[in-house]
Design a protein around this ligand. Structure first.
Ligand code: BJW
Ligand code: ZN
Length: 271
C-alpha cells in the first residue's frame, strides 16, 4: 500500500515527512491480515471533513467558550439558554452534513473482521448514517433530549424564541441527552468499550485529541492488553509516542486506503 504526503511515525523510532511512495510497516500489514478482533475509537476529527467543527484547536472555539465551559451541569444550571444556544447551533450544523469517506471506510471495515467494535465519542450520528452497525456511543446522541432531574426522554421541540425552555412532567429542566464533564458515561456502553479494547488485536484511535477520559484510556488499555495500536490524526497527540504506528493526515484520505489494502491482502493467493 502506498501512501503519499502523510506524516508517518512508526514504532516510536522514526518520524519523517513522506513525500515518496512508501510501504506501511510489515507488522501493521501482518495485523491487517491476521487480526480477528478489531476495535476503533473515533473523535471529532473524523467528522471534521463532513463540516462538523471539532472541540479543540483553532476551529474548536464557539463564541470564546470552550467545551470545558459549556459541557457541564454547572454551565447548564447557571445559564441553560446559553448552553442550549450552543446545542441548537450544533444541531443545525449537523442536520446539514453527511458521512465522509472516513465514516464510510469504517462501515466497510466492519464487514471485514469477525469481531469489530466501533467506539465513538461523537454525538452526531454520522457513523450510523454511513452504515456502521456495531457502534458504542460513549457520549450520547445530540438529537435526543432528557430531563435533568429524572432522565426521562423528552421528544418535544426546543426553541429559544418562545422564551421559556420546556420542562419535564416532574418539573425538571430538559437538557440534551449527552455526557457532560463530571458525569458518568452509560455504564453498559463504557464496559463494552473496555471489553472490546481488551480483546482487540488491532486498535485504531482516529481523529481524537486523546485528552478526555475515560475514552482516552481505551487505546492505552488496548495496547497494554497486547493490541497493535494505530493512530490516525492530522496532528500529533499525547498518544502518538505510545502508538505502534501514528499516521498524520486526514482520516477521510487515510482510512479508505487502509480498507483497500485489507481487501487487496485478502485477494492475495495464499503461499
Ligand atoms: C483530524 C481531522 C481529520 C481534525 N482527520 N484527525 C482521568 C484523568 C484526568 C481527568 C479525568 C480522568 N477521568 C475523568 C476525568 C475528568 C474528565 C476529563 O477527561 N477531563 C479532561 C479534559 C482532563 N472526564 C469526565 O468528566 C467524563 N466523565 C467521567 O470520567 O465520569 C467519571 C467521573 C465523574 C465525576 C468525577 C470524576 C470522574 C465525561 C467526559 C464527557 C466529555 N463530554 C464531551 C461533550 C459531549 C457532548 C457534546 O458533544 O456536546 O465530549 S467534551 C468533548 O470532548 C466531547 C468529545 O467527545 C470529547 C473529546 O473530544 P475529541 O473527540 O477528542 O475532539 P477534539 O476536538 O479534542 O480533537 C479532535 C482531533 O481531531 C484533534 O486531535 C485534531 O488534530 C483531529 N483532526 N481534523 C483526522 N480530518
Ligand atoms: Zn423529569
Amino acid at each position: 500500500m502506498a501512501i503519499n504526503k502523510f506524516l508517518f511515525h512508526a514504532g516510536r523510532k522514526f518520524r519523517i515527512l513522506v513525500s515518496v511512495m512508501i510501504e506501511y510497516p510489515k507488522e501493521f500489514i501482518k495485523m491487517l491480515k491476521k487480526a480477528n478482533s478489531v476495535a476503533v475509537l473515533t473523535g471529532a476529527g473524523i467528522s471534521a471533513e463532513s463540516g462538523v467543527p471539532t472541540f479543540r484547536g483553532k476551529d474548536g472555539i464557539w463564541k470564546n467558550f470552550s467545551a470545558e465551559e459549556l459541557a457541564t451541569v454547572d454551565a447548564f444550571m447557571n445559564n441553560p439558554e446559553r448552553v442550549w444556544e450552543w446545542y441548537l447551533w450544533r444541531r443545525q450544523v449537523m442536520s446539514g452534513v453527511s458521512p465522509n469517506p472516513g465514516h464510510k471506510a469504517l462501515a466497510e471495515m466492519e464487514k471485514l473482521f469477525d469481531d469489530f467494535t466501533l467506539i465513538t465519542q461523537n454525538v452526531d450520528g454520522l457513523h450510523r448514517q454511513a452504515g456502521s452497525n456495531s457502534i458504542l456511543e460513549l457520549h450520547g446522541n445530540i438529537s435526543l433530549n432528557k430531563c435533568l432531574e429524572c432522565s426521562r426522554p423528552f421528544a418535544g421541540e426546543i426553541s429559544l424564541e418562545r422564551g421559556e425552555l420546556p420542562k419535564c412532567e416532574c418539573g425538571g429542566k430538559i437538557r440534551p441527552d449527552v455526557v457532560w464533564f463530571g458525569e458518568m458515561l452509560p455504564r453498559d456502553i463504557i464496559n463494552k468499550a473496555f471489553m472490546a479494547s481488551e480483546r482487540a488485536e488491532l486498535f485504531f484511535s482516529i481523529g481524537t485529541s486523546a485528552l478526555v477520559h475515560p475514552a482516552a484510556s481505551l487505546p492505552v488499555t488496548a495496547r497494554q492488553s497486547g493490541a497493535y495500536l494505530v493512530e490516525v490524526n492530522l496532528d500529533p497527540t499525547p498518544l502518538s509516542g505510545f502508538a505502534d504506528l501514528a499516521i498524520h493526515g486526514k482520516a477521510g484520505e487515510i482510512l479508505p486506503g487502509i480498507v483497500k489494502l485489507i481487501n487487496e491482502l485478502r485477494d492475495e493467493p495464499k503461499k
